[in-house]
Design a binder for this molecule. Structure first.
Ligand SMILES: NC(=O)c1ccc[n+]([C@@H]2O[C@H](COP(=O)([O-])OP(=O)(O)OC[C@H]3O[C@@H](n4cnc5c(N)ncnc54)[C@H](OP(=O)(O)O)[C@@H]3O)[C@@H](O)[C@H]2O)c1
Length: 227
């Protein structure tokens, strides 16, 4: 199989950077494309990280412009987010930004799509009383639904609370997720990036699935085999 060409939306984010590095050092993948929103970020990825980069602000670009940026790629990963920078931007980045990228994938003929959503987004009773996160979850849940309604070979990843510790390579089996409630269902961003890489390499196990990601005691390879 020829190396997969992957474009990452939100490449300058914390998960995005880890993912770009993993893709760039894995021979199963071609040099990845970092989709970012400032010229400084483009220069950083091209000159320091030595990957391809596209200046495409998903809030302000048209679907056609986003389609042009991802044209020719085998897969798109969406890991962008407003990151607490205002309720309005939750809707223009996490919700409509994601929907526009889905539409762009359909327009450009990029079938494979992976989105980083949030744990239990489908369960309104879980999040409706979490102070400050209600709008965020409304956006994530609605974006996930648009992804499921698309024609894409999607995978919706729903990590718990994201940490910046070193990856463990271990995930919590889905039938024992609730054991992790006391640690806020946390997961290291490096493990999220590793799981995205494995999802790209194992579409048979992950396409058309919504998968909760929390650190636990099962190796990622075993976890994927059990999906
Ligand atoms: N924090 C948590 O505990 C948690 C839990 C579950 C899921 N998540 C989700 O996981 C995902 C990844 O998290 P993270 O910590 O890596 O997020 P992050 O560090 O905040 O990165 C988000 C990235 O999105 C980019 N972005 C924002 N607006 C954009 C635009 N208009 N066009 C292009 N890119 C844009 C940002 O660019 P700039 O750097 O230029 O701002 C940033 O690089 C997010 O969707 C987040 O909502 C987070």
């Amino acid at each position: 199989m020829s190396p997969l060409k992957v474009a990452v939306v939100g490449a300058s984010g914390k998960v995005g950077c880890l993912l770009i590095n993993q893709l760039n050092s894995n021979s199963s993948f071609s040099t990845p494309l970092a989709i970012v929103r400032t010229q400084d970020q483009v220069d950083h990825f091209k000159n320091k990280v030595r990957v391809d980069a596209s200046l495409t602000d998903i809030e302000n670009a048209s679907v056609s412009e986003i389609a042009d940026a991802i044209n020719g790629y085998d897969a798109v990963v969406f890991s962008a987010g407003a990151g607490g920078k205002g309720i309005g931007r939750i809707f223009t980045v996490d919700l409509d930004g994601c929907i526009k990228v889905v539409e762009a994938c359909e327009k450009a003929g990029v079938k494979r799509f992976i989105v980083v959503s949030a744990l239990k987004a489908e369960e309104r009773d879980f999040w409706c009383n979490i102070k400050g996160l209600r709008e965020y979850y409304i956006a994530k849940r609605s974006a996930d639904r648009e992804v499921r309604d698309s024609k894409l070979d999607y995978t919706i990843l729903q990590p718990g609370s994201l940490e910046l510790n070193k990856g463990t390579g271990l995930l919590q089996p889905l039938n024992r997720l609730e054991e992790k409630a006391s640690v806020n269902y946390s997961i290291n961003r490096e493990d999220v990036a590793s799981f995205i890489v494995q999802s790209l390499l194992h579409p048979d196990a992950t396409v058309k699935k919504t998968i909760s990601l929390v650190n636990g005691d099962e190796p990622i390879e075993t976890f994927i085999q059990g999906l």
